[in-house]
Design a protein around this ligand. Structure first.
Ligand SMILES: Cc1ncc(COP(=O)(O)O)c(C=O)c1O
Length: 392
């Protein structure tokens, strides 16, 4: 055995690896999988965005390293986009940073602010790169439980004083993956006040800002922390524009935090390919009809899946946002989401995400990703019904 780093140990406990192994076995047997386990959109990137990227390929200017100054146009577009959309001024020179996806940004950010042993407060269940980035930076994670009775919002009053004394950072993300919860403005007001009181830096990962289905518009943390005193927010093109494979996002926030993250990234990467940045500029500056169409499709799938599940006796709440359905497991599976998902996959070829993979408080749930059309969702539910007849 070679001697690997201590930090690798934290990354080994990945339950999604069990699912991947089971998926590979089935695929190798030549059998079909209905994969509802990943939030990777099946919908195409809009034609006008693809055309911009395609054109960029033929310009040799775009074949070089893209150093920091070369992203000025992107940063200007992002700053004015934010200002138009959320009504708050953003300085393109000091408050915007392009990213190779929000995951890259949120995973690298703790390296800029965490010293070994410092605590970060994260959401449980939550997105794996949030805690993962803290571990990579040598920090400790205090996972704030998200319970249904609290609308999947953390209760700040329950954080132990000893943790707060060593805490440096809070990481939030609403609309929330995997619970689908939206946080109201009053929650962000409480979070900003709490972080200011305890000298915490506030990260908000905001990939589902467009994917919501009701009247309640998701709140940007910078609408509340207007002067960007303590906050940094992470955005992506993966969900709104179906550009997950292109790897493009950005951060907006406090200029010191942006500069610190830029320093970390200057060691790690040379920015995203210029043509993809140009595609992203086209996305933000063109008609938003493609986003509305994506939301319409997810809404249709959400309604369809929830009603099909109800027909087989699985009552799940209608998600207010995101491209997921968060479903409480039926007896006897309530405390065994990993085994449920592995056995369901082996028996039926339907892949879901086990709630426990998102943290201890995700146990008892599974997550469906709405990344297949209704006819495939119907097929998946029919297979689940047979599995439940045998096992529930
Ligand atoms: C909360 C959260 N953050 C980040 C990401 C990844 O975004 P990106 O594709 O920009 O890295 C996801 C994707 O599912 C997510 O749910």
């Amino acid at each position: 055995m070679l001697a690997l780093s201590e930090r690798i140990r934290f990354l080994e406990k990945n339950v999604f690896a069990d699912m991947d192994r089971a998926k590979t076995e089935i695929i190798n047997r030549g059998e079909k999988i209905i994969d509802l386990s990943l939030g990777s959109a099946d919908l195409p990137t809009a034609k006008h965005i693809i055309e911009t990227i395609e054109k960029s390929l033929h310009n040799p200017e775009n074949h070089r390293y893209l150093l920091h100054g070369g992203t000025a146009e992107f940063r200007k577009v992002v700053a004015s986009w934010y200002q138009k959309r959320f009504g708050n001024f953003v300085d393109w020179e000091t408050e915007v940073l392009p990213l190779i996806g929000s995951q890259e940004g949120t995973a690298h950010f703790p390296l800029a602010v965490i010293n070994p042993g410092d605590y970060a407060l994260t959401l449980d269940p939550g997105y794996p790169s949030h805690a993962g980035g803290v571990y990579l930076a040598g920090g400790q994670v205090y996972a704030m439980p998200l319970l249904e009775e609290n609308n999947f919002l953390p209760q700040f009053a329950h954080i132990p004083e000893a943790v707060l004394a060593k805490a440096k950072l809070m990481i939030l993300s609403y609309p929330h993956n995997p619970t689908t919860a939206i946080a109201p403005r009053s929650f962000f007001e409480e979070a900003v006040a709490f972080c200011k009181k305890h000298n915490l830096i506030l990260v908000h990962d905001f990939p589902y800002m467009d994917i919501y289905f009701g009247e309640e518009r998701p709140v940007s943390v910078l609408e509340v922390d207007k002067n960007k005193e303590i906050s940094i927010e992470f955005f992506t093109f993966s969900k709104s524009y179906n550009m997950g494979g292109f790897r493009i996002g950005f951060a907006i926030g406090n200029s010191q935090l942006i500069a610190a993250l830029r320093k970390i990234k200057s060691i790690v990467d040379f920015n995203q390919y210029r043509g993809i940045l140009q595609g992203a500029i086209t996305a933000l500056t063109s008609s938003q009809q493609c986003v509305a169409e994506t939301v319409r499709i997810y809404r249709e799938r959400r309604d369809f899946l929830v009603s099909e599940l109800a027909k087989i006796g699985w009552q799940v709440p209608l998600p207010p946002a995101t491209l997921y359905v968060w479903a409480k497991l039926l007896p006897p599976w309530q405390q065994n989401s990993i085994q449920y998902c592995v056995e369901l996959l082996k028996e039926t070829g339907v892949a879901l995400s086990p709630g426990a993979g998102f943290g201890k408080h995700g146990e008892g749930y599974v997550r469906f990703a709405l990344v297949q059309p209704p006819e495939i969702l119907a097929e998946a539910v029919a297979k689940i019904a047979l599995f439940h007849q045998k096992t529930c």
